[in-house]
Design a protein around this ligand. Structure first.
Ligand SMILES: [Zn+2]
Length: 388
């Protein structure tokens, strides 16, 4: 902790030195200059001795807030926030804002910093009011909009989030379509939780207007269609997802096959699975195909198919199935089966199934919004020998 503080503090101290040199050179007497530099070195000494509190106190005494020193004060305020001393950061930034004669840009900067302090302190409603006011005055719009967007996502206020995202796209040109589609999907899910499928469908249409390739909207709609007996439409949607992004095939596989069975269209799903397997060799898909082979031509055929496939692309999950087939007498028995089975089972049990491609967060379940970095649609099945 102290090392981090020291590292964070040093640039501030260096900047302070530069500022002092400039200020001293410009308008102070030599006596004051001596006083300043003594205090400055005292402050620096505190920093080097890992006593940031005393250092900050010295620097504060050195400089009243005015146009020349405001940036230093701002840097010290942010330093407090990064250290987790949010109350001090808030007082600090409020102090800057209260100074008369502050330049408009500096004032806005201090307000933005204060908003960040509020967010860190969990005072979301105060942060929201502050950023909203800034936006209404057209000041620093993109950064204020970004912070506001963050707040509405935390509060799960999707209507407001959508409005802010739209403004952000208009004012900065930043592409927000994918994100806005996710907000609409969240609203669709809320509608479904309230049993309102019509409203859910409206939100899903809106999602696809924002992002025509939105996978999640198709998933939700497919489930709605299935519930309402529109099984053909549901099958179409699952197939669209597989076509848009092969990495979602393992997500849809169970539901797709179940839906096809409900519709009495097993031939259709079987053919589609084979088509997907031509350029997607994920093990979930391979195992489903092995199931089909087993049902139609018996365990020996399923075993041969798995041996061929796994030779080309080894997978512990595949090996696990192979051992089951072996145990059922479909492959040559081997004494080491039990051990091998135990090892593979343990290996599989310890593996996280999903990982965020943005921040690396991993876990057992799929999240549309990564719980760690808050990015959308970045959680994917883990690839490789032990995964998909
Ligand atoms: Zn992440």
């Amino acid at each position: 902790m102290t090392e981090i503080v020291l590292l964070l503090s040093l640039p501030v101290a260096v900047y302070f030195g530069w500022w002092l040199a400039r200020t001293i050179g410009r308008r102070t007497s030599s006596k004051q200059r001596q006083l300043f530099s003594n205090q400055y070195f005292q402050g620096l000494n505190y920093l080097l001795n890992e006593q940031p509190d005393k250092a900050i106190q010295v620097f504060l005494e050195l400089a009243e807030v005015n146009e020349d020193t405001v940036e230093t004060h701002m840097a010290l305020g942010s330093l407090f926030r990064r250290r987790g001393e949010v109350d001090r950061a808030i007082r600090f930034h409020q102090n800057i804002i209260a100074k008369p004669g502050l330049g408009a840009e500096q004032r806005i900067q201090a307000l933005l910093e204060l908003g960040e302090d509020y967010m860190k302190a969990g005072l979301l409603d105060r942060a929201e009011r502050l950023f909203t006011e800034l936006i209404e005055n057209d000041a620093q719009t993109p950064s204020a909009l970004h912070s506001l967007l963050e707040i509405y996502q935390q509060e799960r206020d999707w209507d407001q989030a959508l409005e802010v995202a739209q403004r952000l796209e208009q004012s900065s040109g930043e592409h927000m379509g994918d994100t806005m589609a996710q907000f609409c999907c969240e609203m669709a899910n809320s509608a479904l939780n309230e049993g309102d499928r019509e409203r859910a469908r409206r939100h899903l249409r809106q999602a696809r207007r924002h992002d025509p390739r939105c996978i999640r909207a198709r998933f939700i709609l497919a489930r709605v269609c299935r519930q309402e007996g529109e099984v053909d439409k549901a099958l179409d949607l699952f197939e669209e997802i597989g076509g848009l992004d092969k990495e979602y095939i393992p997500e849809l596989l169970e539901e797709y096959i179940e839906t096809a069975e409900e519709a009495g269209q097993q031939d259709r799903s079987r053919a589609r699975l084979e088509e997907w397997s031509e350029d997607y060799r994920g093990i979930s898909l391979i195992l489903k195909l092995a199931d089909h082979l087993g049902e139609e031509q018996g365990g020996d055929a399923a075993g041969r198919f798995l041996v061929d496939t796994l030779t080309a692309k080894p997978s512990v999950r595949g090996l696990d199935r192979l051992i089951e087939l072996k145990a059922d007498g479909h492959l040559r028995a081997d004494d080491s089966d039990d051990i091998l089975k135990a090892v593979t089972a343990r290996l599989l049990a310890r593996q996280p199934a999903y990982r965020c491609v943005h921040c690396g967060f991993s876990g057992q379940s799929h999240h549309w919004q990564c719980p760690s970095c808050r990015h959308w649609s970045t959680t994917k099945k883990i690839q490789g020998v032990l995964g998909e």
